[in-house]
Design a protein around this ligand. Structure first.
Ligand SMILES: Cc1ncc(COP(=O)(O)O)c(C=O)c1O
Length: 339
């Protein structure tokens, strides 16, 4: 459909080497606990993060929603950023699945701060919703691929621990943050109660997310996943792709970050661009001058074979990923130069 598809890092297609790894993966019935490749993926991730266990899920949305269903009782409150994927882009799942309410805090980069979280906390009083979960998104998608500093994570962890909040990480693009900030998987595993990670974004697997947590949580999460129809049988073919992605596509995320920076510099020089958010990872957000209609701009680029997306008014989005080549970047620039 598009010659250059920058709408999302979910558009990647499995490489020949990944397909080979998938087809060679031994499989079994995962609902019966028999799929050796799924088991291998789940133990590999648990080991990397130093957590008790992990569960291979269909999507990031499924992994986040399972965590929220497990952590929240009806009427409880989850504290998250107003940009949070769990609130904005998961079909109202906080309400529909967990029957919970939301309190928002955070800055315009998609980052949450301890003072803001403290101001969202409700006193233990029957009039108020019970504050039960603090959910962080790293990197922040709508924030423009922004990442937390380690000290910021530690400060939020301290607030969560002190106030009895379960600490969940929507780490759909956590590996981008780990590469950009040189942070470690095990530090994240120690800081959070539960973590969801997408294999199907910048890492290039076709399907799948991992949900990490302690033993009791994973047992409960498996039950919830089954209840919502997420028990899958010979899922080892997909787990094989995920393992291949983890072994081959993590370090190269730095190339996507460099491509985003390069394009940001280019856009900063164009007279019709009003604002470019300096990218920290693979997501680049920019706004157009007032006289340009955002929808029309995106459609014009689409007619020229270039796919980009938007995240609300003043927020055009390009996402860089492993199917984007230097020739693609050249082509995008040559089209944009004549805009
Ligand atoms: C931050 C974040 N969390 C969760 C998800 C959900 O992932 P999925 O599309 O696999 O449901 C996304 C998808 O874009 C995301 O950006």
């Amino acid at each position: 459909m598009f010659t250059v598809d920058l709408r999302s890092d979910t558009v990647t297609r499995p490489s020949d080497a990944m397909k080979k790894a998938m087809m060679e993966s031994p499989v079994g019935d995962d609902v019966l606990g028999d799929d050796p490749t799924v088991k291998h993926l789940e133990s590999l991730m648990a080991e990397r993060f130093g957590m008790d266990g992990s569960l291979f899920c269909v999507s990031g949305t499924q992994a986040n929603q399972i965590a929220l269903m497990s952590h929240l009782s009806p009427g409880d409150q989850v504290i998250c950023h107003p940009y949070a994927h769990i609130y904005n882009y998961e079909g109202g799942g906080i309400a529909a699945n967990a029957h919970a309410s939301v309190a928002f805090t955070g800055d315009d980069r998609g980052i949450m701060h301890p003072e803001g979280v403290l101001s969202c906390l409700k006193a233990d009083d029957i009039h108020f919703p019970k504050s039960s979960v603090l959910a962080v998104e790293n990197t922040s998608n709508k924030g423009g691929g922004t990442c937390y500093e380690w000290e910021e994570i530690e400060a939020l962890r301290a607030v969560a621990s002190k106030n009895g909040l379960l600490f969940h990480l929507d780490g759909a693009r956590l590996y981008n943050a780990l590469i950009a900030k040189n942070h470690s998987e095990s530090d994240y595993g120690a800081a959070f109660d539960t973590v969801s990670i997408c294999l199907s974004k910048g890492l290039g697997a076709p399907v799948g997310s991992i949900l990490l947590g302690n033993e009791a949580f994973i047992a409960h999460a498996k039950r919830i996943r089954k209840r919502i129809g997420g028990g899958w049988r010979q899922a080892g073919f997909l787990a094989g792709a995920a393992i291949y992605a983890l072994e081959n596509n993590v370090d190269r995320l730095a190339e996507d970050h460099a491509a985003a920076k390069d394009m940001a510099e280019f856009l900063g020089q164009q007279s019709w661009v009003k604002k470019v958010v300096t990218p920290e990872t693979n997501i680049l957000i920019f706004g157009l001058n007032e006289d340009i209609d955002q929808e029309a701009f995106i459609s014009t680029l689409a007619e020229k074979g270039i796919g980009i997306s938007q995240m609300g008014p003043g927020k055009c989005r390009m996402v860089f990923h492993l199917d984007i080549t230097p020739a693609h970047l050249k082509e995008v620039k040559s089209v944009l130069r004549t805009y």
